[in-house]
Each structure stands twice: as structure tokens, then as C-alpha cells.
Design a protein around this ligand. Structure first.
Ligand SMILES: NC(=O)C1=CN([C@@H]2O[C@H](COP(=O)(O)OP(=O)(O)OC[C@H]3O[C@@H](n4cnc5c(N)ncnc54)[C@H](OP(=O)(O)O)[C@@H]3O)[C@@H](O)[C@H]2O)C=CC1
Ligand SMILES: CC(=O)N[C@@H](CCC(=O)OP(=O)(O)O)C(=O)O
Length: 352
């Protein structure tokens, strides 16, 4: 492929929040071309009927899903659908020669019995699922480079794992002491209307949900176990916060060496993320804010040590629709195609 040649990309689930972010990113990407938009209840409508502000940039209809037609038109397909649908589409698309990036949970689990336990349903695609790579580039860049199927991480796992991984990989904390307290904006719930996400319900309110049973817990544990080489359990509590975009994840864990200070950890994290352009380690004493990551593919990380309790506190902030979803999927595709992983992705927030 020539250096300026573009590859054809399809998005199934184009009308959703992930879908429109992917469209936005594709429009500005120098090597990608939008070849297909697919959907269910919006099939037959123009994309601009869903997102009128993009009328001047996208004059394409959302089409009913016909996998043969999609594979004929597209080299790469993003699946941005509710859980349980990608597993019915990815095998055919892969068989027809497409690369597939799934934004749902269907291809995130190396052990499908864990998927079935937390998400339900039956799986007949074990052989395909075995080829899937977990799409967190900061941990699995090499594997992503050789993958045809990527299971992109959930938004909470992305923020939490980027905060936690250096501690676990370097054996700096007892993994069983890890507690993750995370807060998400309402766009994390998707575009499908739900009462709890109405402005009148979510505004002026902050509360936990899914306590001790959120589906992102086993996903985080899977990667923590992979990093440490043994089974890890973590305590994860998500909260809904009255803003639209962003996740702040605060991770607490007990240091094995109570003599470690903040600057030691900053040095260790700096080395761990040396080759990771989308992770920005904040200077000593600075802690991340979600608005800094808004609209960008960045993850900001801040670190503190409480010498009194012997705990390290790591805070990470991402945009759930970008590094937590569509941006990360494009980052993975850049890596799969052998391009620079920053290609076409925004890095400056529009907030002051
Ligand atoms: N929102 C977030 O912050 C994050 C979400 N994710 C995951 O990404 C995926 C997409 O999420 P999100 O964009 O928020 O979801 P949305 O609810 O905003 O969009 C869902 C999309 O799926 C389509 N769809 C629903 N049912 C079908 C069907 N039977 N056949 C074809 N298309 C269908 C809808 O199409 P139509 O409108 O035409 O019916 C819509 O385009 C989910 O798996 C989610 O868990 C992952 C990380 C972060
Ligand atoms: C605020 C909110 O509701 N957030 C969603 C997380 C979105 C996400 O990443 O979900 P998947 O793992 O299914 O892709 C939730 O808690 O379920």
C-alpha cells in the first residue's frame, strides 16, 4: 500500500455515541475513508438526520446490515453496538478478509466462561474469540500490531488499568489491596434513552451504582491477573457524575515498600509509559481533571503517596468516548496498519 493510499472503513452502530465519534475521527484521519455506515432502527435515514451539525461533511445514508456487502466495500469494520451483537457479525467479516475492531465487551475476555457468567448468552465463536487481542495499546501494542480482531476495552477499565498497571507490573503493591473509585459522565451510558440519564435525574446528583457487581470488574481483574501472573481480585466502584464526557479513576493500594515516595513512583511511571504518547504523567503534586482530556485521546495520570497510611493514590482522567472508546479504537487501528499511533487523533482539549 502506498504512503498516501486510504483504506475503506465501515462503522456498524453509526448512530450511537461511539459511532459519531468514529465518524468525527475518520473525517480528519489522513489514511481512512468512510465507506459504510450501518444501523438498526435508523437504517434508511441519512446520517445527518441523526447528527445535523455534520450535514456538510457526511452525505451518506445509514444502511441496513448486510455483512457480504460490508465486506465487499470495507477493509476495516468498527462494531459499535450493544453487547452480544458483535459476536454474531465478527466471524463472517473476518472470514471475508476484513479487520474488525469491536467496541463492546464481546471480544475482551480470554476466558469465555467469564464473559458468559457476567454477560449471559451462548457463544459459538470460541475459535474466533481466541484470536482476539485486548485493545489497550499501552500494554499490548505488539499483539495489537499483528491482530485482525481487537476487543477494545471498556471506558472504566482503560482509565483504571492505565493507573494501576505500573504498580502491578513492577510488583510495587499487594494487588489484593487495590481499590478503584471511578466516576463517569452520562455519555458512558450510550445514546439509547434511560431514565437515570435524564438531566432532571442526573443533574445535581452524584451516586455509586453497580456496587460490588459491575461488569467492568472481571475485565479489570483479567488484565491485572495477566500482569502479575496470578489471579487478582480488585474492588471497583463506579459513580455517575453530572457531566457529559469524562472519567476520573482514583486507585488506592498499599505499597510493599513504605519507604517509596512520590518522586520514586513518578520515575517508575515515566519509564513504564516512555513509549506511550497518549499517556501524560503530570508533574509532582499535580492531579488530573477530566476537562483536560475532553475531546482528546489522552490519559492524564497524577500520583501521590500518603506516608501515614503507606498507600499510593493514582488518579487518571480520560474522555470516555475517546481514549475510553472511539479514540482508542482508532489508536489500535493505527497500530494494526503499521502507522504512527497518534495519526489523526486529537490531543488538545478545547477547555481552558
Ligand atoms: N459510551 C461509552 O462511553 C462507551 C461505550 N462502550 C461500548 O461501545 C458500544 C457502543 O456504545 P455507545 O456508542 O455508547 O452505544 P449507543 O447506545 O450510543 O449506540 C448503539 C448503536 O448500536 C446500534 N444497534 C443497536 N441494536 C442494534 C442491532 N440489533 N443491530 C444493529 N445495530 C444496532 C444502534 O443503531 P440504531 O440507532 O440504528 O438502532 C446504535 O447506533 C457498547 O457496547 C458500549 O458498551 C465502550 C466504551 C465506552
Ligand atoms: C455511565 C455508564 O453507564 N457507563 C457504562 C460504561 C460504558 C462501557 O464502557 O460499557 P461496556 O463495557 O459495555 O463497553 C456502564 O457503567 O455500564
Amino acid at each position: 500500500m502506498g504512503d498516501s493510499e486510504r483504506i475503506s472503513v465501515g462503522i456498524i452502530g453509526a448512530s450511537g455515541y461511539g459511532g459519531v465519534q468514529l465518524v468525527r475521527l475518520l473525517l480528519d484521519h489522513p489514511r481512512l475513508e468512510l465507506a459504510y455506515l450501518g444501523g438498526d432502527s435508523t437504517a434508511g435515514q441519512d446520517f445527518s438526520a441523526q447528527y445535523p451539525h455534520l450535514f456538510y461533511a457526511v452525505q451518506q445514508p445509514i444502511e441496513a446490515i448486510d455483512l457480504d456487502k460490508i465486506a465487499e466495500r470495507c477493509d476495516v469494520v468498527f462494531l459499535s453496538l450493544p453487547n452480544g451483537l458483535a459476536l454474531k457479525m465478527a466471524p463472517t467479516l473476518l472470514e471475508r478478509g476484513c479487520k474488525v475492531l469491536d467496541l463492546s465487551a464481546d471480544y475482551r475476555f480470554s476466558d469465555l466462561s467469564v464473559y458468559k457468567q457476567w454477560y449471559g448468552g451462548d457463544r459459538t465463536d470460541d475459535a474466533v474469540a481466541e484470536t482476539a487481542v485486548y485493545g489497550l495499546p499501552e500494554l499490548y501494542r505488539d499483539r495489537i500490531a499483528g491482530a485482525n480482531l481487537v476487543g477494545c476495552p471498556g471506558c472504566y477499565p482503560t482509565a483504571s488499568l492505565l493507573a494501576l498497571s505500573p504498580l502491578l507490573k513492577q510488583g510495587l503493591v499487594d494487588p489484593g489491596t487495590a481499590i478503584i473509585d471511578a466516576k463517569s459522565g452520562t455519555s458512558g451510558g450510550g445514546r439509547v434513552p434511560k431514565t437515570g440519564f435524564l438531566l432532571a435525574e442526573a443533574d445535581n446528583s452524584l451516586g455509586a451504582y453497580g456496587v460490588a457487581r459491575h461488569r467492568h470488574t472481571p475485565e479489570i481483574e483479567q488484565i491485572c491477573s495477566d500482569l502479575t501472573g496470578h489471579d487478582v481480585l480488585v474492588q471497583f466502584t463506579p459513580h455517575l457524575i453530572p457531566m457529559v464526557r469524562g472519567i476520573l479513576s482514583t486507585v488506592y493500594a498499599t505499597l510493599r515498600d513504605p519507604g517509596l515516595v512520590r518522586d520514586d513512583l513518578l520515575t517508575i511511571y515515566g519509564a513504564f509509559y516512555r513509549s506511550s504518547p497518549w499517556v501524560k504523567l503530570l508533574p509532582s503534586g499535580t492531579y488530573p481533571q477530566t476537562k483536560w482530556a475532553c475531546g482528546t485521546n489522552l490519559c492524564y495520570i497524577g500520583i501521590e503517596v500518603d506516608q501515614r497510611t503507606g498507600r499510593v493514590i493514582v488518579m487518571s482522567a480520560i474522555d470516555n468516548l475517546m481514549k475510553g472508546q472511539a479514540g482508542q479504537a482508532i489508536q489500535c487501528l493505527n497500530i494494526m496498519m503499521g502507522w504512527d499511533e497518534t495519526l489523526g487523533l486529537p490531543k488538545y482539549s478545547f477547555y481552558p
